[in-house]
Ligand binder design. Structure first.
Ligand SMILES: NC(=O)c1ccc[n+]([C@@H]2O[C@H](COP(=O)([O-])OP(=O)(O)OC[C@H]3O[C@@H](n4cnc5c(N)ncnc54)[C@H](O)[C@@H]3O)[C@@H](O)[C@H]2O)c1
Length: 281
């Protein structure tokens, strides 16, 4: 069997964000190996060997609009992978970078997405339990205008105070809500997310600092490891543990899969879910 044909990326136009580092970098490199024409975007310089590198801040509408002009007329797969950590004081920026800018980009590029194209997000175990906040997340998803989104976020400071988590909950809501929406299903566009567990990447130091009330990386690391690692005597994932499954998810291998938020966390959220079932009895 020809494995490149099985993936179906050969000579396809693929757009991917966050390619300078971590999970997205490993996905970007694999997409190139599989024969895709890769258009890679990041706020930082990209080293991977791709068709086109674009440097832009995807938390700013004007920059996203500029990027969109530089992308090809036909797009076969779109990977939204960039994000920042949830520092106090950066609540609005986190929403715009980690979710609303990504939704804005998807919807602006929708007319260019080919039939059977795939849209692939990187969400997080941080978005686990999004169902409990579904109706609030739906309010954000229904906003079709950048300024109105900013207004909504500014008028809901309590909701966005849990900034990283709320952005990922909105992402999970978007995936599960939009998979059957006319604008996607009419072209059989698939829309999915991976939800990674604790992974060592370029974000790790920021995650550690932002998790500590005193911005102390060591203290934050201990808290994060307590939450995600200690309970199962576990270990952190590497970037490729997420980047490679992401590439599989966006490929022809998963041609009938849509509306899924797939947790890649060595079983952690499954155990949380089961614990919840016992506790709710
Ligand atoms: N590392 C983890 O433990 C973990 C766990 C769950 C989910 N995630 C998610 O994985 C995804 C990838 O992150 P990573 O862990 O590989 O981190 P990373 O920092 O290695 O990669 C993120 C990339 O996004 C880019 N980026 C950040 N802000 C940007 C902006 N405004 N415009 C354009 N590019 C921007 C960064 O420059 C970087 O190259 C993110 O969505 C993150 O939320 C990470």
């Amino acid at each position: 069997m020809d494995l490149k044909k099985l993936f179906g990326y050969e000579n396809k136009n693929v757009v991917i964000t966050g390619s300078a580092s971590g999970m997205s970098r490993s996905a970007t490199e694999l997409l190139g190996e599989l024969g895709a024409n890769v258009y890679a975007i990041d706020i930082n310089p990209i080293e991977a060997n791709v068709t086109k590198r674009i440097q832009a801040d995807l938390g700013r509408k004007e920059e996203i609009d500029r990027v969109i002009e530089e992308l090809p007329e036909r797009i076969d797969a779109l990977f939204l992978c960039h994000a920042i950590a949830g520092y106090k004081g950066k609540e609005l920026e986190v929403q715009l970078v980690n979710f609303f800018g990504q939704k804005y980009m998807v919807e602006a590029l929708l007319p260019r997405l080919s039939k059977h194209a795939s849209i692939n997000f990187i969400s997080s175990v941080g978005g686990f339990g999004y169902e409990q906040n579904y109706k609030t997340c739906l309010e954000v998803i229904k906003i079709d205008n950048w300024d109105k989104a900013v207004e909504w976020y500014k008028s809901h400071p309590d909701i966005i105070s849990n900034s990283y988590v709320f952005a990922k909950q909105c992402m999970n809501t978007y995936v599960t809500n939009k998979c059957m929406a006319t604008e996607f299903i009419s072209k059989y566009i698939r829309i999915n997310a991976i939800c990674p567990g604790y992974t060592i990447t370029g974000l790790s130091d920021d995650f550690n600092k932002s998790s500590s009330p005193t911005l102390n990386a060591e203290e934050g690391k201990e808290m994060i490891e307590g939450m995600f690692i200690k309970g199962w005597n576990g270990y952190a994932a590497e970037a490729k543990d997420m980047g490679y499954p992401l590439v599989v998810m966006g490929s022809d291998i998963c041609s009938y899969m849509s509306g899924e938020c797939i947790y890649i966390d060595h079983g952690l959220t499954s155990s949380w879910k089961n614990q919840g079932l016992i506790n709710n009895k």
